[in-house]
Ligand binder design. Structure first.
Ligand SMILES: Nc1nc2c(c(=O)[nH]1)N[C@H]1C(S)=C(S)[C@@H](COP(=O)(O)O)O[C@H]1N2
Ligand SMILES: [Mo]
Length: 548
């Protein structure tokens, strides 16, 4: 039966796509567009709109909601046995794409549903694009302007508008194709529509897959961008750690004492870290100073560098979590720098601001009394990674990461304290690091063979303990709720790093629970009450259950 032969219902009304079909279509169209958009963002200086939108949401939504979101993500990942340090950003990125495609799919579905039986006019399509595109472009423009990255805010906004226009155009074209007012039978109409849907699905899948391949290549390229140096030039590749040769040896299975840069945890409010060009970057010093000025990175490198071995942690880190790392930091003491600025008597605090809109306040009195506070530009002997704050971040001993801006661009001397980025969002005002201890391993792999009757056999248990800048004086282990017994402490790399510990446990078959606790150098024992990270850092004892 040919098409011509079926002209028997001259005024047959085309069947309009139902809501779910509209949603499916709109999703189908969005998939390749999003993939292409991602590809474009990797190769040319345009933002990936879903990420920008998510970054905006993360700043605009109320703090408690974001905090609950982060907590849920961290605990879900832990429950699933996923590495939070490695995958947290990936999870956020996936969520960003899901939210974005979800919202646009919904908008598309509403468009299909509301265009009734008729063909949508191009004008209706344009209207849809503008309703969605204009606010979105505004949001992306705003977030790019505050994000300071190498992107031009106006270009970013325009790109967003173009992206949404392309989406609206495609959507309209498809809607019009499906509601073609050609006179033919409903039967042929259905067959034709099915064929069209199959073509469309095929094309969408093909474009998505091809872009995906491109994305793979681009991601490879990006990794290159991150690895700005040969591993051989890192400090750790050519030097022994300051506590090399200390005893006891870490138990096999304990976390690396010195975190490889690739494994260093990352937490910040950006899905894509700000990529700052060194030539264009300046540190501005302004506010209540007699001599406002700017520093280039080269100028900062010109000061006598200070090197400190430091363990940093995120306040969102649960007990036993992975959001904590250790490396060697290099920078300039802030004490040294403020002496050049002519700080006015009224200046009590510095407002340290970052290119991503993050900021924190630091008391001048703290700088004056603590020469360890510094502006750091290198880790492990090489420039900071982009993701870890290139070109400049601050270090403040004893405080969680949330008080310590990365990607710093300005320092303003002010006459009052004010809540910083996360403090405004209901986190602790001081954010002093909690004392914490963790069992990394019950090293059954060290047990060879089965012990003979009467034979003594021990299994080494190992982990870390850390109490900010307060040091560790004691680590104790408890087996099955028995007596607390002291573990051996390994000399740390510095008073600012975690301490690795070791405990030789006399082997006994069966199921056992090991619990650890520590005390800082002031003799203060870590808090045992189980509390979540929000608002002041997690407390509670870490334990491990093992069947032996
Ligand atoms: N500019 C900026 N600095 C920031 C943040 C941020 O979102 N933006 N996050 C802070 C938080 S919460 C932590 S835990 C540390 C993490 O540093 P890292 O990613 O290098 O480990 O950076 C801090 N500095
Ligand atoms: Mo953090």
């Amino acid at each position: 039966m040919t098409r011509e032969a079926t002209i028997d219902q001259p005024h047959a009304t085309p069947v309009r796509p139902r809501f779910w079909q509209g949603a499916w279509l709109s999703f189908l169209l969005l998939l390749p567009l999003t993939a292409l958009g991602y590809l474009a963002s990797r190769f040319v200086a345009v933002p990936f709109v879903p990420y920008s939108f998510f970054d905006w949401l993360a700043r605009a939504l109320p703090g408690p909601l974001i905090t609950a979101g982060i907590d849920t993500m961290v605990s879900t990942m832990r429950a699933l046995g996923l590495s939070v340090a490695d995958l947290a950003k990936l999870a956020e990125q996936t969520l960003a794409v899901a939210i974005f495609t979800g919202l646009l799919t919904l908008a598309g579905a509403i468009f299909f549903a509301s265009t009734k039986k008729n063909r949508a006019s191009w004008r209706a399509g344009l209207l849809l694009s503008l309703i969605v595109g204009v606010p979105l472009a505004f949001i992306v423009w705003r977030i790019t302007a505050s994000g300071g990255a190498a992107l031009e805010p106006a270009t970013a906004g325009l790109w967003t508008l173009l992206f949404v226009l392309a989406w609206g155009g495609l959507l309209t074209a498809v809607q019009r194709r499906l509601t073609r007012p050609e006179t033919r039978s409903a039967k042929v109409e259905a067959g034709d529509r099915r064929r069209f849907m199959v073509y469309l699905g095929g094309a969408a899948a093909a474009i998505t897959l091809v872009s995906w391949g491109g994305v793979g290549a681009a991601v490879g390229g990006r990794r290159e961008l991150e690895t700005t140096e040969d591993e051989g030039v890192r400090w750790s590749a050519n030097n022994a750690l300051p506590n090399a040769g200390a005893t006891p040896e870490p138990v096999p299975g304990t976390r690396p004492e010195y975190t490889p840069l690739e494994q260093y945890y990352r937490i910040d409010i950006n899905l894509t870290p700000p990529a700052i060009r060194e030539e264009e970057w300046r540190l501005r010093v302004e506010g209540l100073v007699d001599a406002p000025r700017e520093y280039t990175l080269q100028e900062l490198r010109g000061y006598d560098p200070v090197h400190q071995f430091i363990t940093m942690a995120c306040i969102s880190n649960p007990v036993g979590g992975e959001l904590t790392s250790t490396t060697r930091w290099t920078g300039v003491p802030l004490q040294r720098l403020i002496s050049e600025w002519g700080l006015q008597d009224t200046a009590t605090h510095l407002r340290i601001s970052s290119v991503d809109g993050f900021f924190e306040y630091l008391a001048v009195a703290d700088i004056e009394s603590d020469e360890r506070i510094m502006l750091a530009y290198a880790w492990d002997g090489v420039p900071l990674r982009i993701r870890n704050g290139f070109p400049l971040r601050v270090y403040i001993p004893d405080l969680y990461g949330m008080k310590q801006p990365k990607w710093i661009e300005s320092i303003e001397a002010v006459d009052a304290w004010a809540p910083g980025y996360w403090v405004q969002r209901t986190w602790d005002r001081t954010a002093q690091m909690r004392a914490t201890s963790v069992i990394d391993t019950v090293s059954t792999g060290m047990m060879l063979g089965t012990p003979q009757a009467g034979e003594e056999m021990t299994i080494p248990i190992g982990g870390m303990a850390h109490a900010g800048a307060r040091g560790i004086s004691k680590v104790e282990l408890q087996v099955d709720g028995g007596e607390w017994q002291e573990a051996e402490l390994r000399e740390p790399m510095s008073e600012l790093t975690w301490v690795l510990w070791r405990f030789e446990w006399p082997y006994e078959a069966g199921e056992h629970t090991f619990t650890v606790r520590c005390a800082d150098r002031n003799g203060e024992t870590q808090l045992t009450e189980r509390r979540p990270p929000h608002p002041s850092g997690a407390t509670g004892l870490h334990n491990k259950q093992v069947m032996l």
